[in-house]
Design a protein around this ligand. Structure first.
Ligand SMILES: *Cc1c(COP(=O)(O)O)cnc(C)c1O
Length: 379
């Protein structure tokens, strides 16, 4: 009999989710507002602290779109975006009719390189088009170099948008990811560290911005008894059913982080003393990653096999793994936009592989993973 599939990252329910969903049915709050939405927002605000105000939305992508709207990005503007990321970080720039400018990663965190960022800003200023916003991402839960990036955003007075979709619970110098930017976004998609099946949130610095976000997310209705609109609105609010799942997931978030971090330790053990393979980990004590996904870099010149060889080999044992995010400046849809940096993200993409990282991996799963990987290592 074929063994069950081991996924990269699959939903992991804690148990309380259905209670909150049942409450929504019992009270007939089957709508894109209600006690679960308010409760989930409060849970998130308490969790990420720093007096953040959270608006729950239909997805992380819609949260990013609203962040750009609140940062007043228009079709004349350029927006700087980390190249190495999921396309959802960049697509909302296009929704706004703005122009993306992609920036390379650095080797410590795999996130936006502060040097390439400043180079991009300076060049754009010389050309008479100062960028309107910066989108920085914390890939796989690893915090970006937030000291430097914040300093640059302040120095040039450019809004900072933090894509913390993968980094709920991660910290930089003790401060939670999602609290550094003028706006930050979270995702609760099916594969994230907590999931509501689909959903996201915009984290704001004050109540006014949160209210503005909710205004735009609920069709931009003016204060009138009839339907009156002075601005373009969106249908981006979170459903009260989905928010119930979120409230249940908040009860197990810290546990999920512990499990994911333990997976990272497991891979460090598996690849200990293996020349040519490095497990992605925090560069210094300043960084604390939730290790949403554990990833490795395979140096083929030392291992004799590529990341693709490894991926295909473990796939035969019904174990999912996946190359790192393919940089946006290499994507057919984005290849003609400006790019600043060298080949760091390209090289990471070429040699990097994400390994099964779910908080619901069992000891038995880990034994299978280890065996399967060892077959390749010992060839
Ligand atoms: C998942 C993800 C998003 C998008 O979130 P959705 O909720 O799926 O819309 C954005 N950015 C990054 C880096 C992500 O991983």
């Amino acid at each position: 009999m074929k063994k069950h599939k081991i996924w990269l990252s699959s939903p992991h329910m804690g148990g309380a989710e259905q209670k909150y969903v049942q409450e929504a049915f019992d009270t007939n709050w089957v709508a894109p507002l209600g006690p679960n939405v308010n409760g989930f927002e409060k849970d998130l605000e308490d969790y990420i602290e720093e007096n953040s105000k959270v608006a729950c939305l239909s997805s992380g992508t819609s949260a990013l779109h609203l962040a750009l709207i609140l940062a007043e990005v228009s079709n004349k503007d350029q927006v700087i975006c980390q190249s190495m990321t999921f396309s959802a970080s960049a697509n909302p720039i296009i929704y706004q009719g703005a122009t993306p400018v992609f920036v390379d990663s650095e080797k410590d965190t795999w996130n936006m390189c502060p040097i390439a960022l400043e180079e991009a800003i300076k060049d754009k200023i010389v050309k008479g088009n100062k960028p309107k916003a910066i989108i920085v991402v914390h890939l796989y839960g690893m915090p970006a170099k937030m000291d430097e990036i914040l300093a640059i955003s302040k120095k040039y007075d450019i809004s900072l948008i933090e894509d913390a979709a993968e980094a709920l619970g991660s910290t930089f110098k003790g401060q939670k990811c999602g609290t550094f930017g003028d706006f930050s976004i979270l995702s609760f998609n099916g594969n994230k560290i907590i999931t509501t099946s689909g959903g996201g949130a915009l984290v704001c610095k004050n109540k006014e911005d949160k209210e503005k976000a909710i205004f735009f997310a609920t069709q931009a209705r003016d204060n009138a008894p009839h339907y009156q609109h002075s601005e373009v609105g969106y249908n981006y609010r979170m459903s009260n059913i989905v928010a119930g799942i979120g409230r249940g997931q908040m009860e197990v978030l810290d546990e999920h982080i512990d499990y994911r971090r333990a997976n990272n330790q497991f891979y460090k053990e598996v690849f200990k003393n293996i020349e040519g393979i490095t497990v992605f980990e925090e560069a210094t004590q300043d960084y604390y990653s939730n290790h949403w996904l554990s990833a490795i870099i395979v140096d083929e010149s030392k291992t004799g096999f590529s990341r693709e060889d490894l991926r295909l080999a473990i796939e035969k044992d019904n174990i999912e793994s996946r190359p790192l995010w393919k940089p946006m400046h290499l994507q057919p849809i984005f290849k003609d936009y400006d790019y600043y940096g060298s080949n760091v993200s390209e090289k990471l993409f070429k040699d990097g592989l994400c390994l099964p990282s779910g908080s619901n991996l069992t000891d038995e799963d880990r034994i299978r993973i280890k065996k399967s990987i060892n077959k390749v290592l010992n060839k």
